[in-house]
Design a protein around this ligand. Sequence first.
Ligand code: DC
Length: 230
Amino acid sequence: MHSSVLQANNVTGRRIITIDGPAGAGKTTVSKALAKVLGCVYVDTGALYRGVAFEISRQQINWQETHLLERFLTSLELDFVMEGREPVLTSSGRDISAYIRTNEISMLASSTSAVPQVRKALLGIQKSIARERDAVFEGRDMGTAVFPNASYKFFLTADVKVRAQRRFEESNTPGISFNKILQDIVKRDADDTQRAISPLKPAQDAVFIDTTALDVSQVVEKMKRIIKIA
Ligand code: DC
């Protein structure tokens, strides 16, 4: 898979911070806030998996057929383009970020992310960003599989109903009910934690934070104390 962007600078010894956890645990908001404090970029790796799902859906790829999936992945040109501190996801140069947050794409991204060829195709782009810049990476397997030597690792979680409520409030799928979102989160949790390759789980050396009763600034404060930048 093609991957260019995120211009290199000359400094070596990157500071990589990983934030893993299930949907709705607060990873995105917290990662953005922490990246701002640290003055580094924020990388939402879930967006890459969503980008794969979006293109599979748009191009109507029969992804369960290995040879069709492999041909599709070879032609796929997902990339991140920097806009300020937040990389914007592009596919063949086109900004697709407006199309990847629907409930349908969430579910398809979870299913297709269990396929080894998909994970392998996305590994390169994640590593290449980390070679070029200090970054906060959020996802499911950042601290375990992609960056086992990260400087700091966090694992966020929260009560499943609270997570569903957060997703309900930010949902852009018209007419979707709270119960449907809750059901889908429960399914996604199960699929993401039980898949054979790079399942969602805390790295042994990750700091575990339950965000059920915490707001973003409280979580970021905890992280700052751990990183010793408070
Ligand atoms: O973080 P998110 O909800 O946008 O992620 C969408 C799906 O992508 C998630 O259900 C599982 C998959 N994913 C993954 O397998 N590994 C990652 N590092 C990030 C996301």
